[in-house]
Write a protein that binds this ligand. Structure first.
Ligand SMILES: Nc1ncnc2c1ncn2[C@@H]1O[C@H](COP(=O)(O)OP(=O)(O)OP(=O)(O)O)[C@@H](O)[C@H]1O
Length: 251
């Protein structure tokens, strides 16, 4: 049997905001070749979880391991350089730059050599290659010279994934990549996630349940900061606790 390759591991993570426990003793493994989705109602703690894994802020207790190394105290930029990519709920693109320029900037920003900013950007071939590769993988080749601000909502979300890929991550943390998308855009994004699956470990926080049930390999369900269930799509679909706590009968 193929050996599991755990790329990112959150262990017994708890995050308190004053008296509020936003995430309570949650552990999660992200494995290469797997889309692991975290679902839960508003305020369940999904963004807090993703923020602790990405390094936006640390856990109040618990730890995070990236590629077998304890990174709990590492800031986000250091984790990013070590292979952790993240896309945001909010738009992080530069609208007056092209698709290509946005990706190249993302690639350059991930290099730990600030003086490279002083070089003419087009001489920096590593960033250029990373940007081209990311654009191709995200299926945006035909619009790489287009200004990012001119893209449709769905294309902007695709660009955000491309910008994330330009940093050459092993792990992708995706916070609601389908938010606000129409049916066609959703289909395109699901296809993209499917193709990215084999090379990466993907964490998908998403409200669109139909999409989650179609694309995820594993699902973790959170309620009020606590993990109430984690397992295969079939396991979650048939779990009475999950149905009672969260899902309607439609799934
Ligand atoms: N910076 C903060 N300061 C205080 N409380 C916070 C902070 N961030 C989140 N919380 C609280 O922690 C809890 C979990 O919030 P979180 O945003 O992680 O939930 P979520 O599952 O991502 O919700 P949503 O689906 O609405 O995005 C909520 O009660 C929220 O109000």
């Amino acid at each position: 049997m193929k050996q599991k390759e755990i790329l990112l591991r959150g262990l017994n993570m708890t995050r308190r905001w004053g008296g509020l426990v936003a995430v309570n003793d949650v552990s999660i493994d992200l494995e290469r070749g797997t889309i692991h989705s975290v679902i839960g109602t508003n305020g369940a703690g999904k963004s807090t979880l993703i923020n602790m894994l990405s390094g936006e802020f640390g856990p109040s207790s618990g730890s995070v391991e990236l590629l077998g190394q304890d990174v709990t105290t590492w800031p986000q930029a250091r984790r990013a350089r070590a292979g952790l990519g993240r896309s945001y709920q909010r738009n992080t693109i530069y609208p007056t730059f092209t698709v290509f320029e946005n990706c190249r900037l993302a690639a350059q920003a991930n290099v730990q050599k600030p003086w490279q900013w002083w070089k003419a950007a087009d001489t920096c071939s590593a960033s250029t290659n990373a940007a081209k590769d990311a654009i191709e993988r995200a299926g945006l080749e035909h619009m790489q010279e287009r200004l990012a601000g001119m893209l449709s909502h769905g294309q902007k979300r695709q660009l955000e994934i491309a910008m994330c890929l330009a940093t050459k991550p092993q792990v992708l943390l995706l916070d609601e990549p389908l938010a606000g998308m129409g049916a066609d855009e959703t289909e395109r994004m699901l296809k993209l996630l499917d193709t990215l699956r084999k090379d990466h470990a993907i964490l998908l926080v998403e409200h669109d349940m139909d999409a989650v049930f179609r694309v995820a390999d594993l699902i973790t369900v959170m309620v009020n900061g606590t993990k109430i269930a984690s397992g295969s799509v079939e396991f979650i679909r048939n779990s009475p606790e999950v149905r009672a706590a969260y899902l309607g009968e439609g799934h």
